[in-house]
Write a protein that binds this ligand. Sequence first.
Ligand SMILES: Cc1ncc(COP(=O)(O)O)c(C=O)c1O
Length: 441
Amino acid sequence: MLNRVNAPNDLSAFWMPFTSNRQFKQTPRMLVAAKDMHYTTADGRQVMDGTAGLWCVNAGHCRPKIVEAIQHQAAELDYAPAFQMGHPIAFEFANRLVDMAPVGLNHVFFTNSGSESVETALKIALAYQRVKGQGARTRLIGRERGYHGVNFGGISVGGIVGNRKMFGTLLTGVDHLPHTHLPAKNQFTRGEPEHGAELADELERIVTLHDASTIAAVIVEPVSGSTGVLIPPKGYLQKLRQICDKHGILLIFDEVITGFGRLGTPFATDYFGVKPDIMITAKGVTNGVIPMGAVFVTSEIHDAFMTGPEHMIEFAHGYTYSGNPIACAAGLATLETYKEEGLLERGPEIAGYWEDALHSLKGEPHVIDIRNIGLVGAIELEPIAGEPTKRAFSAFLKAFERGALIRTTGDIIALSPPLIISKTQIDELIDHVREVLRAID
Ligand SMILES: Cc1ncc(COP(=O)(O)O)c(C=O)c1O
């Protein structure tokens, strides 16, 4: 095979993203192949994927239909201009996505990542208010501990201090709801916590402060993933929806993680029965195999732009690779794989087993909270005094050594395996974590 390098002899040129570069380059963790639930390391070990890559490889690795579709498309039509030109597979993929999306989200704008999907959604929200004659609605409301990617709009509405503090003043006119993590009241809750729905009322306070006529949209992750799996309190999302409706504010759900089966339903919108005006997706849309994102909007939003002279561009936004043919081919094959194997609706069959397995870690060393929903879970560890994140990072390294890929954020272990995981493999993954917790300081 061309360009196959299992053990590069110089690691300095590649400045790795969201990585402790110096630590990594001293003791590299190289993955060279993958199949279904497992990675193969450069030294030939099998490592169970407890994180679906980065919350994205929902159908498992190197699935034959997806591989074949990419190979075929690359040989047939590799690229077509995205602006003022079309190719059939992008329309086909958009139609299939809309067919499976929550009712009413009838149009799709393609991007190349979650971060780009977030920027796209925020721009659609602002522009929509303007085309509707409500141009004073320019404020955006995010939430503390929210993660919406790394571009300027996303970090402005996002609420993770480490991702914001280095980058100046960010967007102006942004406010934040409080996060919903209430460990004192909701510790070791299985599924949706009982306490905290009233935190949605903080939106009323923000509306009173700024006046509804200045607010374009509220953006939240239905379940916050990257900040450590924060599950919305019962009734919280319903309340947000009601308050947004009352004041003419758009509600944006960032489903980059929750979309495509993570909660045991196709989307979080299906799980919670709350419909946003704009739904942001990426990751699982192509099984993580080719970079892609898709932003879903209602017909009301889409149609509001379809005015003016017909030769004019209605929305001045887009990417060179929006609806890239190879990405669309990967996406179509991904949807087929999900459908054939019932992967987006595995909740009733597997979520209970997952929940019991995760909560069996209660009482293990360092564990101060466990949270779960669908096929996602978090194990929160007591931080080492004066050295936040160090304990969880040790757990991550130890797990990799033992043969499991887990993810940590702060002192929280987050697990989100491919949706193909079997009950035996769940036991195996959780046993790895148990042994790791017993082994670390
Ligand atoms: C909720 C959410 N939004 C946006 C993003 C950004 O996605 P990307 O890394 O593809 O830009 C992520 C990534 O984890 C995410 O979890």
